[in-house]
Write a protein that binds this ligand. Structure first.
Ligand code: HEC
Ligand code: HEC
Length: 185
């Protein structure tokens, strides 16, 4: 918490804009911290083009023009429907659009084959979002996945075929997922 407040103070003094401006990046507003959004930093910019957009929502589904859980009443961005897309949260049940309080500097998402060989390493931005660079898988599917940070690992035991992580990793979790993809505790 102390670090968080310090970061907030720093960003306010650096950019001199304060007044609800979030340190996460453009498109976020600092608001009340709650159990389901401990950072209080929420994306408030709808579908404006940004890799920080819509943390927690089903990225690829919307980009493909699908309406997963009523998240996309219309539109899409097919050319950017990258195969692997999702969000890493601080804890397992955070609400849609909430950015993590802090992203460990060395945190990455690793995509592995079913022999546990790492095939792809994806960086995680300040909104917790990660994305691959191709609309094709480019790695063997089914794949496995894990989050690495601070020398610790949080791994998905099973293999999956759909790279749109947030369709299973919703607030409560669907298809047996425990909730969000989260940083190793
Ligand atoms: C409800 C629909 C919707 C969801 C959910 C969504 N996006 Fe988007 N995304 C869009 C649209 C529409 C655009 C194009 C916006 C434009 O052209 O102004 C876009 C554009 C982008 C871009 C291009 C940005 C650029 O600068 O070129 C990236 C990257 C992106 N989204 C990442 C994500 C990620 C990561 C997620 C999930 C955490 C996500 N999106 C969730 C609708 C969505
Ligand atoms: C079709 C559903 C589904 C999809 C898609 C999916 N997962 Fe999972 N995930 C699960 C299930 C079920 C579990 C719990 C059982 C297990 O570990 O296999 C899980 C557990 C995890 C865990 C450990 C617990 C947690 O919630 O953090 C991580 C990390 C994870 N998944 C990462 C990912 C990533 C990254 C992606 C996308 C590249 C992804 N998952 C896509 C179903 C899914």
């Amino acid at each position: 918490m102390r670090t968080r407040l310090a970061a907030l103070a720093l960003s306010v003094s650096l950019f001199g804009c304060g007044g609800g401006t979030s340190p996460v990046g453009p498109g976020f507003s600092a608001g009340a911290a709650t159990d389901t959004c401990p950072s209080g930093d929420r994306w408030t910019s709808g579908n404006s083009e940004s890799e920080l957009m819509n943390p927690g929502l089903a990225c690829r589904s919307c980009h493909l023009g699908n309406n997963f859980m009523g998240q996309n009443p219309g539109g899409g961005e097919t050319a950017k429907a990258y195969f692997f897309m999702g969000t890493v949260f601080t804890s397992p049940h955070e609400e849609n659009l909430c950015a993590p309080a802090a992203v460990p500097t060395d945190a990455v998402v690793e995509i592995l084959d079913t022999n546990d060989v790492v095939q792809l390493t994806l960086s995680i931005n300040s909104a917790g979002n990660f994305l691959s660079k191709s609309t094709l898988a480019t790695v063997p599917v089914p794949y496995k996945a894990r989050v690495k940070a601070g020398g610790k690992i949080n791994a998905m035991g099973g293999a999956q075929s759909d790279g749109d992580c947030n369709t299973c990793h919703t607030v409560a979790g669907t298809g047996g997922a425990p909730g969000r993809v989260f940083f190793p505790q």
